[in-house]
Design a protein around this ligand. Structure first.
Ligand code: ADP
Length: 469
C-alpha cells in the first residue's frame, strides 16, 4: 500500500500525515502524507516541466504506456479491489466492478488518444488554405471524490492520453486507490512529472493552489455543487478551462404502462449501488398513482431481503462513508416524516451501517426532494399525468441524469426529449459508459467527461492555422 505522495516520479512526504479510516469499523487503516500549498506547487512545477516531452511523444507511444498500465491494473485487480473496499466500504463485488470498469476505460481512452482529430475546411478565400488542430492544453489539476476512489481519478487520465500532464488531489477519506494508480504508472514507466498525486487532509489551501496557479491550464473536478462553484470562481481569475461534474437529484419515473418487474429491478439496483452514494443515483421515485401500491409492495418484498455489513462479507450494502453522511440521511428522513411522509419499511440502524428505508407520500416541499440523499432511501412520490411527472422530474436545479420506464414507444421518445438531464435512461438504469458523454445540465456541471468526442477534446485547445498561398 502506497501512503506517500507521488511527485515528479518520487514517493515523498513532508513529515505530516493524516489517518485514513475503515468506514465499517472506524479504525485507522493507514496514515497518508498530508501535503500543503508548497507541495502542491512542486507537483504543478513537475507537471509543467514534464509537459513538453510528453506532449511531443507520438500518440501511439503514449497510448501504449497507458494500455500497459491498464493491463497491469487488470492483473492486480484482486489486490486493488480489496484496497478499494478497505478504504471506501463498498462490497467486494462492486469494488471489483469499479476496478474492471477502470481497466476498460483506460484502454479505451488510450486508444482514443491516437484519434484526436482536427479538421480542414473549404476556405472562402482562394488565396488561403486553412486547417484546425487540437493540441494538449498543458498542466491539468484534478480533484476527485470518495464515492468512486479508483474510477474517477482513473477517468482523469484522459488528460494523459491527450498529451497533458496531471496533478491529482484525491479525497481525504479515500486517497489510497489513487496512490495505487500512481504506483501502476511508475511501473509502466510513465515519465516523472506526467502524473502526480498529492493527498491532503484539508483541501481548501491545496485546492486553491490547484485552481489558481498560473502554470495550470485546466481544472477537472468531481464533487459537490458547492465546492464546484467555489473552484469555478477561483479559476475564473486565470480563465482556467474547467470541467465540473457536480451533484444530482435524479428522478426515476415509473409510468402506468411500464413493465413493473423490469422497472423495480432497474430501480433498486441503481438505488442501492454503493449504498446510494452515487451522483447519478435515484433521489426521487415518481410512480403513477394507479400502480404505486403494487410498486411499494414489490419494492418492500425485495428490500426486506437486503443485507448490510462489512464490504468484505457477501452483503448487498456496505457502510456509508462516515458519520456525517449517516447523520445527513437520518435528518432528511426525520424531516420528511415530520412533514407527512410514511416509513413503509425500515429496520434497526446499527452503528455506521445504514439499512434501507422506503418512504411514501413524499412531496416536493420536503428537503429530501431538494437535496441529494446519498444513502439507501427509496423516497416515493405519486403522480397522475405524464405532464405532471415531467414537471416534477425537472423541478430541480440539478440535471445530471433521469430515468423512466414505459412500454409505449411514442411516450418514450416524448419523455426522453422533455427531461432536462445530461443522461436519460429509458427502460434501464444502467446508463454509464466511457464511450458516452457524461455530465450535467443546470447546476450539475459544465463540460463532459467520457464520450467519443468529448473525452479527449476537453483536454485540448483548438487552433486555427491559415496559410497564405
Ligand atoms: P462531498 O460532499 O461528496 O465530500 P466535496 O465536494 O466536499 O464532496 O469533495 C469532493 C472533493 O473536493 C474532495 O477531493 C475534497 O477534498 C475536495 N474539496 C472539498 N472542499 C474543497 C475546497 N474548498 N477546495 C478544493 N477542493 C475541495
Amino acid at each position: 500500500m502506497k501512503t506517500k505522495a507521488y511527485i515528479n516520479g518520487k514517493w515523498v512526504g513532508n513529515g505530516k500525515t493524516f489517518a485514513v479510516l475503515d468506514p465499517f469499523s472506524g479504525k485507522q487503516i493507514a496514515r497518508v502524507s498530508d501535503l500543503g500549498k508548497a507541495d502542491a506547487v512542486k507537483g504543478i512545477e513537475a507537471a509543467h516541466k514534464a509537459f513538453p516531452k510528453w506532449a511531443a511523444m507520438p500518440a501511439i507511444e503514449r497510448s501504449a504506456k497507458l494500455v500497459r498500465m491498464a493491463d497491469l491494473m487488470e492483473k492486480r485487480a484482486d489486490q486493488l479491489t480489496k484496497l478499494l473496499t478497505l478504504e471506501q466500504g463498498k462490497p467486494l463485488t462492486e469494488a471489483k466492478g469499479e476496478i474492471l470498469l477502470g481497466v476498460h476505460a483506460l484502454k479505451w481512452l488510450a486508444e482514443e488518444g491516437c484519434r484526436v482529430h482536427g479538421y480542414t475546411q473549404c476556405d472562402p478565400d482562394l488565396n488561403r488554405s486553412s486547417l484546425s488542430l487540437r493540441q494538449p492544453m498543458g498542466v491539468v489539476s484534478a480533484i476527485t471524490p470518495w464515492n468512486f476512489p479508483s474510477y474517477v481519478p482513473l477517468k482523469s487520465l484522459a488528460a494523459l492520453a491527450a498529451g497533458c500532464t496531471l496533478v491529482l488531489k484525491p479525497a481525504e477519506d479515500t486517497p489510497l486507490s489513487a496512490l495505487a494508480l500512481a504506483d501502476l504508472s511508475e511501473e509502466v514507466d510513465i515519465p516523472p512529472g506526467v502524473f502526480n498525486v498529492i493527498p491532503c487532509k484539508h483541501p481548501k489551501e491545496v485546492g486553491e493552489v490547484l485552481a489558481t496557479h498560473p502554470l495550470v491550464s485546466k481544472i477537472t473536478f468531481t464533487g459537490s455543487t458547492e465546492v464546484g462553484k467555489h473552484l469555478l470562481k477561483l479559476g475564473a481569475s486565470g480563465v482556467k478551462k474547467t470541467t465540473l461534474e457536480l451533484g444530482g437529484n435524479c428522478p426515476l419515473i415509473i409510468f402506468e404502462d411500464a413493465d413493473l418487474e423490469k422497472a423495480i429491478q432497474g430501480a433498486l439496483t441503481l438505488k442501492f449501488w454503493n449504498c446510494g452514494q452515487c451522483c447519478n443515483g435515484i433521489n426521487r421515485f415518481l410512480v403513477h398513482t394507479s400502480i404505486c401500491d403494487a410498486f411499494i409492495k414489490k419494492c418492500v418484498q425485495k428490500v426486506k431481503k437486503m443485507t448490510c455489513g462489512s464490504g468484505f462479507e457477501p452483503v448487498d450494502l456496505g457502510p456509508l462513508i462516515h458519520e456525517k453522511a449517516k447523520k445527513k440521511v437520518d435528518s432528511l428522513v426525520r424531516e420528511a416524516v415530520a412533514h407527512g411522509a410514511q416509513e413503509v419499511f425500515s429496520s434497526p440502524q446499527k452503528g455506521r451501517l445504514c439499512a434501507p428505508i422506503v418512504l411514501e407520500n413524499c412531496t416536493p416541499k420536503m428537503r429530501i426532494s431538494r437535496e441529494e440523499i446519498f444513502g439507501p432511501v427509496v423516497a416515493i412520490y405519486r403522480f397522475r399525468t405524464e405532464a405532471e411527472a415531467i414537471s416534477m422530474a425537472n423541478d430541480t436545479h440539478y440535471g445530471l441524469a433521469a430515468y423512466f420506464y414505459s412500454e409505449n414507444l411514442n411516450r418514450c421518445l416524448r419523455v426522453a426529449k422533455a427531461l432536462e438531464a445530461g443522461t436519460v435512461g429509458v427502460n434501464t438504469t444502467g446508463v454509464y459508459s466511457i464511450t458516452l458523454p457524461f455530465g450535467g445540465w443546470k447546476e450539475s456541471g459544465i463540460g463532459r467527461e467520457a464520450g467519443i468526442v468529448e473525452s479527449l477534446n476537453d483536454y485540448c485547445e483548438l487552433k486555427a492555422i491559415s496559410f497564405g498561398l
